[in-house]
Design a binder for this molecule. Structure first.
Ligand SMILES: [Zn+2]
Length: 111
């Protein structure tokens, strides 16, 4: 019989979701980068620039786009980039809202 040797866990870089502040292995998060042209979704994880991370779920993006993302990137997200981010968010799955957090139900007001 063979003992099931679990491989030792490798060191995985941990990142914080700026929407919910949960710390996760970064491959489970979506990276957003502040570039010279604005804020970009960095699916490759390789764009240079200041980065911030968000969960792959709407509730975190809603919170992030309301301000925590811009804060984390120390920038103001240009309106046209915000539109792109909102469009991306619309394609994400809803998440289970945290109990007692009614804010996640608000619709994002893009002005
Ligand atoms: Zn999150």
């Amino acid at each position: 019989m063979t003992a099931k040797n679990k491989p030792k866990p490798k060191h995985v870089p941990q990142r914080t979701c700026v929407g919910c502040r949960e710390v996760l292995p970064k491959r489970k998060l979506i990276r957003l980068v502040k570039t010279e042209e604005g804020v970009r979704i960095d699916l490759s994880g390789k764009l240079p620039g200041r980065g911030a991370y968000l969960h792959d779920q709407k509730s975190c993006w809603k919170r992030g786009l309301k301000g925590t993302l811009a804060n984390a990137l120390r920038t103001t997200i240009p309106e046209q980039d915000l539109a792109v981010l909102i469009a991306y968010m619309e394609g994400l799955p809803e998440s289970i809202p945290e109990s007692g957090d009614a804010q996640a139900e608000e619709t994002f007001d893009k002005d």
